[in-house]
Write a protein that binds this ligand. Structure first.
Ligand SMILES: [Zn+2]
Ligand SMILES: [Zn+2]
Length: 374
């Protein structure tokens, strides 16, 4: 098969200068690069053909020979042994583009692809709630100022009714190659800021970013049983995405205020209840506070300070729904103060009636300590 004319392959005039030839090669080689056209045989052929044409026309000596004899000049030189004498087309490509590092950027590959829609950032919001709100669950409304979808353009970045077109400067790649000495550096296209497209009429409200800083109200449902450190996810309430990408999520981190009566241990509650020494001695029905109002405990006669009572299921509802914790009540016996003369006399009278067996703890203790007293 006859080889195509080198000038035709690169679509340049016969008198084209070296810069025009290089420019033409760059454009076409990127278009037909095998990485960009996997499995496409004709693109592979074209890419090879481009490399060969560029190899000839970029070398003044080869170009002079070609201008005189056409492709035949090289057939003769190679001694009829085929297409020897030409560089590997991929080597030529790398030579022109200055190293393989550029490569990924050229085709908009890699993770930092500025032309694709991007998900918005997640946000964290710290919130303080009361003990009761944590125990029972609640609804909250918060006001957040964050990048939100632009209402004017609905996130598209273009004025309503106008269209976006491919950026002519970077041809939609979002990046341009700048040569600095021997290095070529891929940079965000200054014309489209890396978006790869420009708008006929950019949205004025958001300067075509598609999002705008805005204050919005967000409703949150806080389930019963949450505790300090609980993290709630509010899907889609983070920052708006770029160029129509999905929004990030909002994470609400909870801080539960301390309660004046209850202490919390997981789903269990602890409450210390003072009783009079008379109630403790004689026994009594006492009321204790609970989350849903109050509960009753029967304190038996002779109840000692520190005695614990457990009220099953009177604790906090498990946040995963595994039932309720328990309420633990610790009895604190209060010794009376500010006694009147009459009260003191009665207690004195009571003391005279005591034999010692009313206080077995004291009795046992002093028996054991006797040896130390001498
Ligand atoms: Zn807008
Ligand atoms: Zn551009």
């Amino acid at each position: 098969m006859a080889k195509r004319d080198c000038y035709e392959v690169l679509s340049v005039e016969r008198g084209a200068g070296p810069d025009d030839i290089k420019k033409a090669y760059r454009t076409l080689a990127v278009k037909h690069h095998p990485d960009k056209n996997p499995g496409d045989k004709s693109a592979e052929e074209k890419f090879k053909e481009l490399g060969e044409a560029y190899d000839i026309l970029s070398d003044p000596q080869k170009r002079a020979l070609y201008d005189q004899h056409g492709h035949a000049a090289f057939d003769r030189r190679a001694g009829g042994s085929g297409a020897g004498g030409f560089h590997d087309p991929l080597d030529i490509f790398r030579e022109v583009f200055g190293g393989s590092g550029i490569f990924e950027n050229l085709f908009g590959g890699g993770s930092s692809d500025a032309t694709q829609p991007q998900r918005g950032n997640d946000l964290r919001y710290d919130m303080e709630i009361t003990f009761e709100e944590a125990a029972h669950g609640c609804e909250k409304e918060i006001t957040l100022t964050k990048p939100d979808t632009c209402e004017t353009c609905q996130g598209s970045g273009a004025e309503p009714g106008s269209r976006a077109r491919t950026c002519p400067n970077c041809r939609g790649r979002g990046q341009v190659i700048n040569s600095r000495g021997i290095f070529s550096i891929a940079q965000n296209c200054p014309n489209c800021q890396g978006a790869g497209q420009v708008f006929e009429k950019p949205c004025k409200s958001c300067r075509s970013e598609g999002r705008r800083e805005r204050s919005s109200k967000i409703k949150l449902r806080i389930p019963a049983g949450v505790d300090t450190g609980s993290r709630l996810r509010s899907a889609g309430n983070g920052e708006a995405g770029f160029r129509g990408g999905p929004a990030g999520d909002l994470y609400v981190v909870l801080h539960v205020k301390a309660h004046s009566i209850f202490q919390r241990d997981g789903d269990d509650l602890l409450c210390e209840v003072p009783v009079s020494f008379i109630q403790a001695a004689l026994g009594a029905e006492i009321e204790v506070p609970a989350l849903d109002g109050k509960a009753a405990i029967r304190v038996p006669p002779g109840t000692q300070p520190g005695t614990m009572f457990r009220l099953k299921g009177k604790g906090i509802m498990n946040v995963q729904g595994y039932g309720h914790g328990d309420l633990h009540v610790r009895i604190n016996v209060e010794v009376p103060t500010h006694l009147s003369a009459a009260q003191k006399a009665k207690l004195q009278e009571f003391a005279e009636l005591c034999s010692g067996k009313e206080n077995p703890l004291s009795q046992g203790f002093f028996e054991k300590a006797k040896s130390l007293f001498h």
